[in-house]
Design a protein around this ligand. Structure first.
Ligand SMILES: [Fe+2]
Length: 385
């Protein structure tokens, strides 16, 4: 099949971009004052009640709309820097974050537990069987759930060292495959079977596994949209009876290999208070390895939002696996303690202390070090009996 390269601003190489000049918005004093006013006006509202109306930004709203356009048809990345983290509590920062996010889209639940505001923090030594965002170490490149249009992080606390956000342009990668490996592009546009995380699936309205392969790349209106969730691909092999062909293994590995070259990726260091917004169709993300503190209360801690943007064109239908109905269903299970960082951290710190006393602290997990190639995703052995 013949493919055409994407020649828009969405196609970039990390080695050619300085994010500080091309992707960053620095808050002005007036904007900080306006946000501070909105924070005071919204008081103690619960997360679903923080909206464009309750967190009104009379002047800055137009700027947020322009940034949303930049996410759709520009570089696909916006870093907002310079909000004075030291003046606000963690929960106030969370409210500021949701308020700004509400001007870009609607927060949606991020798992079966229904959290609208997720915590990305390593708690793998304290909580059994955590997901990737609650484990440590680096991350392979991926796209978050397909219901999410904009994926975002706010840095509450930076790592002891490392832990940069590593991002790559999907269109840039696509162009590499057009030029160098159109044979593997055939495989990637056909895609892979996906299988949901076990608990997400249990509380889903739909079967756990996709009936068809889901294209990694799909084109629509001159924009490339990407879906690749390494965990979901791996679960389909582990638990769903899927056997990858040698070409499918080669295509996945080549995608990760190229994305991990210095030419293509871009590392964005997080300062405390930074807010990063990514187009979750056009930008793959991962992170670099990092060194963390032992005390949970001092660990690298990012808040995460998944935003649905009704104003944007829909993702191509054949790329939708996790959908909005699932997220709305999960939202019914919401446990507010997970949302606000102070309560969440104090709960986890108490669990850590209990485990220390009982000497049951577990080894910390870094899952990306376990699976270096799709060839490592073997079916789990059938259970005896
Ligand atoms: Fe992610």
């Amino acid at each position: 099949m013949a493919y055409e390269k994407i020649e828009t601003r969405a196609a970039w190489k990390g080695s050619e971009i300085d994010y500080r000049t091309e992707m960053m918005h620095r808050f002005t004093d007036d904007e900080v004052a306006e946000i501070d006013g909105a924070l005071k006006a919204c008081g103690a509202l619960d997360i679903p009640e923080i909206t464009q109306e309750t967190f009104a930004l009379p002047t800055m709203a137009a700027k947020m709309a322009a940034l949303r356009d930049e996410l759709l048809d520009g570089r696909g990345v916006v870093l907002m820097r310079g909000f004075p983290r030291h003046r606000y509590s963690a929960d106030e920062m969370a409210r500021v974050y949701i308020g700004l996010g509400a001007h870009l889209g609607q927060p949606i639940a991020q798992s079966w537990q229904g959290q609208l505001l997720g915590s990305v923090i390593d708690i793998s030594d304290v909580v059994e069987k955590v997901r990737g965002y609650n484990a440590g170490g680096g991350q392979h490149f991926h796209i978050d759930g397909s219901a999410c249009d904009i994926v975002s992080l706010m840095c509450l606390r930076a790592a002891k060292s490392g832990g940069a956000s590593r991002i790559v342009s999907v269109a840039g990668l696509y162009n590499y495959f057009v030029d160098e490996r159109p044979d593997l592009l055939d495989v990637l546009t056909r895609g892979y079977y996906h299988r949901n995380h076990e608990l997400d699936a249990r509380y889903s309205l739909f079967p756990p596994q996709s009936e068809e392969r889901i294209p990694v790349f799909a084109e629509s209106d001159g924009r490339i949209s990407c879906v690749i969730d390494t965990g979901c691909l791996r679960y389909a092999v582990h638990y769903g009876g899927v056997t990858l062909t040698p070409e499918e293994i080669a295509a996945y590995d080549e995608l990760q290999r190229v994305a991990k070259t210095e030419e293509y990726y871009l590392d964005m260091n997080f300062e405390e208070g930074d807010i990063q917004f990514l187009n979750n169709r056009a930008i793959m993300h991962g992170r670099t390895d990092y060194e963390d503190h032992d005390d949970i209360a001092r660990r690298r801690h990012m808040l995460r939002l998944w935003l649905h943007v009704p104003e944007w064109p829909r993702r191509p239908d054949n790329q939708i696996f996790m959908n909005l109905a699932d997220c709305q269903h999960w939202a019914k299970r919401r446990t507010p303690f997970m949302d606000m960082p102070t309560q969440y951290l104090s709960t986890l710190a108490a669990q850590q202390e209990e485990r220390r006393q009982a000497q049951t602290v577990m080894a910390r997990q870094a899952p990306s070090q376990r699976y270096r190639s799709a060839a490592d995703w073997q079916p789990e052995p059938a259970q005896a009996g």
